[in-house]
Design a protein around this ligand. Sequence first.
Ligand SMILES: Cc1ncc(COP(=O)(O)O)c(C=O)c1O
Length: 349
Amino acid sequence: MSSQLLYFDRNENQYGPAPACFDVLRGVGIEQMSVYSRDFSRGVKSILSERLAGDFGVAERDILLGYGAEDILKQTVHCYLGAGDRIMIPSHSWWYYKTIAEEVNGVSVEYPIVEGGESYSYDIPAMLRIYDEHKPAVVLISSPNNPTGNALAHDDLLRVLRHMREGIIVLDQAYWSYASQDNNLVGDLRAEFPNLLIVRTFSKYYALAGVRIGYAVMGSNLTALEHFSARYLGYSRLSELIALAALDSIEYYTNITAKMEEDRDMFRRTLGALPGFTVFESVANFVLVKMPEELCAPLKQDLTARGLIVKFMNEDELHTHMRITLGTQEQNRILADAIRAFVQERVPA
Ligand SMILES: Cc1ncc(COP(=O)(O)O)c(C=O)c1O
């Protein structure tokens, strides 16, 4: 086993946060460490929720803050899903959705995300049919979706939301900023869909997974969730300041996104050329790769022995797939070369 492990398995951002985030930490004092925020007595949750509200053109009370998207998703499901109620989730998605539904004895109903050539997509007619059949209390939509990497086109999203007006719709956009920086759509969606919750995080694009901060934009009907999630003593003041510094570091993160785009192409060219390999299109910081079944176990063993930790999927339909989280350009090159060398050695051209 190599002494230094390189992690390509948990959709973290290995470039790390912007320098301004470290500057915040160097400047912290008693106020951020020892005393509660007084933002609540000003009638707002936090300086961060105020900032996000301004960026999205919504009211501060429409922003919900949480301990990562994980926390917000859990709160939402615990708030709206009763025992025996149904929740619709994508067929290939983050395992956590099912787990939080199970916590409240909810019933998960899957809707298909289908493979077509070199990309995955939502089967919209099937989604609408399943919605009509099951009348779920909550619908979870993930865009871009983990692990398939595809996003819903805006027109398709509108079609789905217009059809599903009765349920609570949770749109998990943890990876959204890699696909678009356009903030305008959020305000429009909030205005049209009062049952919609749009969930985002600082963990992925902003490389702040360890800081644990996420947020959501709430539709006007979601007052139960607003009360359920209220925090009268405030949020982590350090996290708030670090997140604000990240939001102001636009150029730093734009550069990283450009490098990731290059590297998605690099993986497509390098691994896509190997016999029996398919690299699926992705608009997130990871790519899903299908490979010949007989290579899965030995490749995993080989990469692990080299200290290259990749997520080999074990779900039924994806059991011959690995999900590669994009690392830095140097790390990505090391991984791509290792996979290519392994395959070329076993499968002579
Ligand atoms: C689709 C999706 N949503 C949310 C999260 C968690 O985000 P956070 O770190 O903000 O809790 C993940 C983490 O991998 C994810 O894949």
